[in-house]
Design a protein around this ligand. Structure first.
Ligand code: HEC
Ligand code: HEC
Length: 396
């Protein structure tokens, strides 16, 4: 036996499960099942103006040609790409993106896909405080829901990404999440899988497979994930839930704002890019983050000691909560706001009294119940069950 064979064998024994037949020829055992005519991804319906009295404030910076106020239904999606380059969502591109999103072959040892940590029925979270990556190591933060990401100017808990396109290869390359550190190896792997040639051709006009195209397709799919069909969006709140909405707008809505109930992180937004004072040119950009006093001293520094104000859509399905998944239930979250806030150095001013003490959010039992009913009315069954976001692979 040649030396290189011996080496290969030794590596195989060492990395046992990465040397399955699948990994050698790159072909998973089952093909994706796709509809004859592609699903409609490009006509996305965003919940603009969903909150009467509250205008849509967190539109993406690159939507320069789109006036959200006159476009309650936004036709022909574009995805964020800094530098002003518009990237269009096409039905074929997003179809390819869906297959890539669900394909475990994109991970180093064929065990993890994006969907392992982002499951549709859980609003694209995974129900865990921390997620297991391709070698069983845990992620450092709680998996985030993916809901109307196109409305967010910043992504990840620490807002380290401003672009869905830029984000799309990161988890694949990340050594904990999917472990394909070398993009040339990723490309080679995807090239060796039969069903990708035709999918790339439909999406891009030819069968050329590059990591840039992989990122574009995944970002088209991710950008197409929208929610605008909850009980709340349909205007079907009962008196009790309407009371909850009032409580929400009064106590939570200044942070969880706009139609995605998330950070107002657009230009000029309360948590977006702001001029400190108009006479100077200095600007501060909070990138949609703040600190809610989870700890006196935080173990994770996030974005300068702050974390992104996340969406509350489908919130009943995305436990555990917070960047480190520390709260198991909504009641624990509400207990934090009503009695658990700690005096962190970066604590949001809204949680401070004029003399610098912690100011809690007061919630009577009746208000708490109504608030929970309102949050439950943000669940969108359409998004959670829509076949166009579902797993195209039969069970492996
Ligand atoms: C092992 C689990 C895991 C895998 C696999 C994974 N993610 Fe994530 N995802 C996470 C975690 C954890 C975060 C939050 C990370 C942080 O903030 O530092 C996250 C955040 C995100 C976000 C940001 C959402 C927001 O509102 O800011 C998007 C989008 C996303 N992932 C898409 C993907 C895509 C696309 C893939 C596949 C290419 C993928 N993820 C694979 C765990 C995972
Ligand atoms: C000062 C701004 C602010 C206010 C006011 C506020 N929140 Fe938050 N909220 C945040 C931030 C920031 C986070 C993420 C914190 C982290 O993980 O470190 C968060 C996280 C959450 C989460 C967890 C979300 C997830 O995906 O894990 C829930 C639920 C929540 N808030 C509900 C509420 C409710 C209900 C109210 C009103 C009673 C409220 N918030 C008031 C800023 C705020």
């Amino acid at each position: 036996m040649e030396m290189r064979h011996l080496l290969y064998l030794a590596t195989c024994l060492f990395l046992l499960n990465s040397c399955t037949k699948e990994n050698i020829d790159g072909t998973p055992s089952l093909n994706p099942e796709l509809p004859e005519v592609a699903y409609d991804y490009k006509n996305i319906t965003l919940p603009f103006n969903a909150v009467p009295g509250l205008v849509q404030i967190n539109t993406r910076i690159d939507f320069i040609n789109i006036d959200p106020f006159s476009n309650p239904i936004f036709t022909g999606g574009f995805i964020n790409n800094p530098g002003g380059i518009k990237q269009e969502i096409t039905d074929e591109g997003a179809t390819l993106g869906r297959v890539l999103f669900y394909d475990k072959s994109l991970s180093q040892n064929n065990t993890i896909s994006c969907a392992s940590c982002h499951q549709q029925k859980l609003a694209f979270t995974d129900g865990k405080a921390f997620s297991e990556g391709f070698q069983g190591e845990l992620t450092e933060r709680n998996s985030m829901s993916i809901i109307n990401p196109i409305l967010q100017n910043n992504l990840f808990w620490d807002s380290r990404s401003v672009s869905i396109l830029d984000l799309s290869l990161k988890p694949i390359q990340n050594h904990i999440e999917m472990g394909m550190e070398r993009l040339d190896i990723l490309e080679e792997k995807v090239r060796n899988i039969d069903y990708y040639g035709p999918l790339f051709e439909k999406a891009f006009g030819d069968r050329h497979i590059t990591s840039d195209r992989i990122a574009v397709a995944i970002s088209q799919f991710v950008s197409s994930i929208t929610s605008s069909n909850s009980k709340f969006d349909k205007g079907q709140l009962n008196t009790f839930e309407l009371h909850g909405k009032q409580v929400f707008l009064e106590k939570c809505g200044s942070c969880h704002s706009g139609s995605n109930f998330a950070a107002d992180d657009g230009p000029g937004g309360a948590y977006g890019m702001n001029f400190i004072d108009l006479s100077s040119t200095s600007i501060v950009n909070l990138r949609g983050t703040t600190n809610i006093g989870l700890d006196v001293v935080s173990a994770d520094n996030g974005f300068d000691g702050k974390f992104r104000i996340p969406t509350l859509r489908n919130i009943m399905l995305t436990a555990p909560y917070m960047h480190d998944g520390r709260f198991k239930t909504i009641d624990e979250v509400l207990d934090h706001y009503s009695s658990g806030i700690k005096p962190n150095a970066n604590l949001d001013v809204k949680f401070k009294t004029p003399d610098g003490k912690v100011k809690f959010i007061s919630l009577s039992d009746a208000e708490r119940l109504a608030l929970k009913a309102f949050l439950a009315a943000l669940t969108d069954e359409t998004m959670l069950t829509d076949p166009k976001y579902s797993d195209p692979f039969r069970r492996r």
